[in-house]
Design a protein around this ligand. Structure first.
Ligand code: ADP
Ligand code: MG
Length: 313
């Protein structure tokens, strides 16, 4: 965390007081800030305009446009947007808890109940984007999934049971999901997202009658990229490492292309067959066979009641 004296100020952002650095992107810095006109805490994504070419600038405006149309508890809200000669400023709902990525690193991995609590929130956000907004996110990953508040984490993390289930009732509770102590998780970063369906007609974008079959087919399957990513996130939550990994980018690309992954022993030995079955239906190379968001949400693992906490020892 940067010292206050090192925090920058920006021309065009005089109504905000930057208080803390939250994260970085390729062309952006994200800060926690106070909106001096309302005294509310927000996040500001400051994008360096001068480093962008015209198509990248157009993409920022598309990101803003997509976020403007969204309103769901599992999707980070855009409060306002402005620009100066040098920067774009995306004022966002502040997610004080930071990235899911950092929590996985801290906890090693999540229990099944806690993983369900997290992934169901993400999945409801994806269902909203896919089915109500016709938006494909295209960059679902633990760095882009943010906690609203700093989660309650036990100070000592035992090796096989990293999360204290007895503490799950503390903090914000999401009914029927379990794992309340960890609070709300939301989808951020619409920088790669794309509208694939016309909202009014629920037809592919472009003039339907004249659209080539490969485009229609592509758009039908475009949502499935988020489902693959959801499977990767769920796998990573449950064991603490991603399903596809290799030091060599070429080998990694080949593994992904073939859908070559395993439930590696001993890490996966105690994880339920139901969780593995669900992952198998997401990490499925053929997009036509891959689960849709509705199939995901209907799977027994997603609808299992969280196990009661173990008896005190
Ligand atoms: P990029 O498109 O460059 O990846 P992101 O929108 O993902 O930019 O933001 C980069 C990082 O900044 C995120 O991974 C996260 O750590 C942090 N961040 C982004 N939005 C917020 C927010 N609303 N609240 C808190 N931190 C955020
Ligand atoms: Mg990002």
């Amino acid at each position: 965390r940067e010292l206050k004296s090192q925090l920058p100020s920006y021309k065009g952002l005089e109504n905000f007081k930057i208080t803390e650095k939250m994260g970085d992107g390729a062309f952006s810095n994200v800060y926690a800030a106070t909106d001096l006109t309302t005294n509310k805490k927000v996040a500001v994504k400051v994008v360096r305009k001068y480093e962008l070419n015209s198509s990248q600038r157009a993409n920022i405006l598309k990101e803003v446009q997509i976020m403007r149309g969204t309103n769901h508890p599992s999707v980070v809200k855009l409060v306002s947007f402005s620009e100066s000669d040098e920067h774009y400023f995306l004022v966002l709902e502040l997610m004080e808890g930071g990235e899911l990525f950092h929590q996985i690193v801290k906890l090693t991995y999540f229990s099944e109940n806690l993983s369900r609590h997290v992934i169901l929130q993400v999945a409801h956000g994806i269902r909203y984007l896919h089915e109500e907004r016709g938006v494909v996110h295209r960059d679902i990953k633990p760095e882009n999934l943010l906690f609203q508040r700093i989660p309650i984490i036990p100070s000592k993390v035992p090796v096989r049971r990293p999360y204290d289930e007895e503490k799950e009732d503390e903090g914000e509770f999401v009914p029927g999901v379990g794992g309340g102590g960890i609070g709300r998780v939301k989808i951020a970063d619409f920088g790669l997202s794309k509208v694939v369906w016309n909202e009014e007609t629920m037809t592919p974008c472009g003039t339907v009658g004249y659209t080539a079959p490969e485009i229609v087919k592509d758009e039908r399957y475009s949502k499935s990229v988020d489902m693959w990513a959801l499977g990767c996130v769920l796998y990573t939550l449950l064991c603490g490492f991603p399903p596809f990994y290799d030091e060599s980018i070429n080998v990694l690309t080949e593994k992904v292309a073939r859908g070559y992954y395993t439930f590696l022993s001993p890490w996966w030995d105690d994880i339920s067959p139901s969780a593995k079955d669900l992952i198998t239906h997401l990490l499925c190379v053929d997009p036509a066979q891959r689960y849709t968001i509705d199939e995901f949400l209907a799977h027994p693992w997603c609808n299992a009641a969280p196990a009661p906490p173990p008896p005190p020892t």
